[in-house]
Design a protein around this ligand. Structure first.
Ligand SMILES: N[C@@H](CCC(=O)N[C@@H](CS)C(=O)NCC(=O)O)C(=O)O
Length: 219
């Protein structure tokens, strides 16, 4: 019988999907990739997860995991050779979860206001940017104390947050790369230039039931 792999519905440019792929990559778990076009979601994905967001992971026992953070924890709980979960340190574990919560709630809201400011004309774009900067400042302060957000090596917090900082930076790259957040700029570039990210950003064509099966990572 042929080996069955977990199936990952993903969308290349989605920051939630990026962080799920980063964790899968670090855990060394190979998945079948199904690249989704958000305006044309496959029926198979919606049947597994009717809420219709990516990423969605279906593991071989048919369990559906449709929250990016849960996919990260699932993968790293199987295998975490880089100790991204910082399991042995309870303070780190709780800092990781607090930082990710803040990213996924207030910062994500501010990021969307900044990115889609034209839908919120009651304030100028710079107003929404300064709301997001509260989180940038917090990260910058942490990065003055240690090389990564929690400690001297990357943790789950770094992997879960950097795709969102990338998105914030890309709204106005010139502003970001000339800003006072010099530690954050170095930190972001570290992830963007890494081989993991290149692998994570591999382009796949839209999946449909007739396409050839493709895997991530490729090798
Ligand atoms: N809380 C979810 C959020 C995922 C999410 O919102 N993904 C976006 C793409 S970045 C999505 O699928 N949106 C649905 C759509 O645009 O139709 C997670 O962490 O997985």
């Amino acid at each position: 019988m042929s080996k069955s792999y977990p199936i990952l519905y993903t969308f290349r440019r989605c920051p939630y999907a990026m962080r799920a792929r980063m964790a899968l990559f670090h855990s060394g778990i190979k998945v079948e990739v199904r690249e989704v076009v958000l305006k044309d979601k496959p029926e198979e994905m919606l049947q597994a997860s009717p809420k219709g967001t990516v990423p969605v992971l279906i593991i071989p026992d048919a369990t559906v995991i449709d929250e990016s953070l849960d996919i990260m924890y699932w993968a790293l709980n199987q295998s975490d050779p880089s100790n991204l979960l910082c399991r042995e340190n309870h303070d780190f574990v709780s800092e990781i979860s607090t930082l990710i919560d803040e990213n996924d709630s207030a910062f994500k809201q501010h990021l969307d206001l900044y990115k889609y400011h034209d839908r919120h004309p009651e304030n100028p774009q710079s107003h929404y940017r300064s709301l997001g900067e509260q989180f940038l400042q917090k990260l910058e302060e942490r990065l003055k104390l240690s090389k990564f957000l929690i400690n001297e090596s990357p943790s789950l917090a770094d992997l879960a947050i950097f795709p969102f900082i990338r998105q914030f930076a890309h709204v106005d790259k010139e502003w970001f790369y000339n800003s006072e957040y010099t530690e954050l700029i170095h930190w972001l570039d570290f992830f963007l230039e890494g081989i993991e990210f290149k692998e994570v950003m591999t382009k796949f064509s839209q999946w449909c039931p007739d396409t050839t099966t493709v895997f991530f990572p490729k090798s």
